[in-house]
Design a protein around this ligand. Structure first.
Ligand SMILES: *Cc1c(COP(=O)(O)O)cnc(C)c1O
Length: 376
């Protein structure tokens, strides 16, 4: 349990209470609580504009969004999907839960996204898609992934859970590949309590996604797909509408946290972090540090413990990598390729507190702990 003075690793953004109440009050008149209501429609329209994308479908959470978009492509059962294991459980689970085989590609140590040099070697006759992750909001090498996908006729689905509101070379990040999933979970840069969305290229997928999130029901007498129940409800959509107004401001505040950390940590030997790229407009969703044990004189696990003793919560995000999960070892179809770089990064990483309301005094506390570790 966290203590009262602890600095959490993240804190959910919430709008002024009155603004949320004002929106949900109306639901007591309409009694329309879910099934693509007024707020659901309104949030879709606002997000199309905010994310600068053509098509969107909202979901109850990001994971369901990812499962449904994979299902929407109707890949033959047992097909292979190339992905990387340095991610949240959701990415790999979504592939496996669709009856597909994840094929693990290693990552690039500079930004933890899929190593595009290693993708082609993993392609077989059974490969149908590439599912890269924009890890910590670092945009994967979309140009090279696009080239490979065209050459081998593969679909590209991005896990953009961390990349809400970002642009790459001025283009909204949801425009790359065939589809992208965003998560609006409470801990993400933008939240609708829980929630998620799929942005997609082909217009025809819209109808398909609409049905899949509503049991595959086409109309009152026709059920044409084995869908699930993954609709975003009106309370979630209302929260999204309220929070959306403050996202820009929050990202500004996160940038200040980011810049503070960079200035303070740049000079600590043995602490490495990811350099921002000029062509990416970042959302500053996380601040991962990578501990170089030899130079720093302490392991990641030791640093994690010392932070905890000092009331600062950090997270081993992502550890373990998904190709080391127990749940996949029993499945003989999954090969669990080794990914040495992903493994090493997962053993060195710690995400430190990052959210819009972090105070300077808290930031100082975090940096001081690291400096003191160095001196010990
Ligand atoms: C949060 C997250 C998800 C899942 O999103 P939910 O909205 O929590 O279901 C998927 N992938 C990554 C990388 C995430 O961080």
């Amino acid at each position: 349990m966290e203590k009262k003075n602890d600095i959490p690793v993240t804190q959910s953004s919430m709008p002024p209470f009155e603004e949320y109440v004002k929106l949900i009050e109306k639901l007591w008149d309409t009694h329309w609580l879910t099934n693509m209501g007024e707020y659901h429609k309104k949030l879709e329209i606002e997000l199309l504009q905010f994310l600068d994308i053509k098509n969107i479908s909202l979901f109850v959470n990001g994971h369901s969004a990812l499962e449904m978009i994979i299902q929407a492509f109707n890949f033959p059962e047992g097909s292979e999907v190339i992905t990387s294991p340095f991610t949240f459980a959701s990415t790999t689970h979504a592939i496996v839960r669709n009856g597909l085989i994840p094929v693990f590609c290693d990552i690039n140590p500079a930004d933890c996204t899929i190593d595009v040099e290693k993708i082609e070697k993993l392609i077989t006759n059974n490969t149908v898609a590439i599912l890269p992750i924009h890890v910590y909001g670092n945009i994967a090498n979309v140009e090279e992934i696009d080239r490979i996908a065209k050459k081998y006729d593969l679909k590209v689905i991005y896990d953009a859970a961390h990349a809400f509101g970002e642009t790459y070379k001025g283009v909204g990040v949801g425009n790359f590949g065939d589809a992208s999933m965003f998560s609006f979970h409470a801990t993400k840069v933008f939240n609708s309590i829980e929630g998620g969305a799929v942005c997609y290229k082909e217009e025809r997928l819209g109808q398909k996604l609409y049905m899949l999130k509503n049991f595959g029901i086409q109309d009152a007498e026709h059920v044409v797909d084995i869908g699930a129940n993954a609709k975003m409800n009106e309370f979630q959509a209302a929260m999204g509408l309220c929070n959306l107004k403050y996202v820009r401001k929050n990202i500004e505040a996160r940038k200040k946290v980011h810049d503070f950390y960079v200035a303070e940590l740049e000079h600590i030997r043995g602490i490495e972090f990811i350099k921002s790229k000029e062509e990416v407009e970042s959302n500053y969703s996380y601040f991962p540090i990578f501990i170089n044990e030899k130079e720093f004189g302490m392991t990641r696990n030791q640093v994690h413990e010392i932070f905890k003793e000092n009331g600062i919560i950090t997270r081993k995000y992502f550890y373990p990598i998904t190709n080391e999960f127990e749940c996949y070892k029993k499945n003989k179809a999954i090969k669990l390729e080794t990914t040495p770089i992903a493994k090493e990064m997962s053993e060195r990483v710690l995400t430190i507190p990052m959210y819009a309301d972090l105070q300077i005094s808290d930031l100082k506390r975090v940096c001081d702990v690291l400096k003191e570790c160095r001196i010990r």
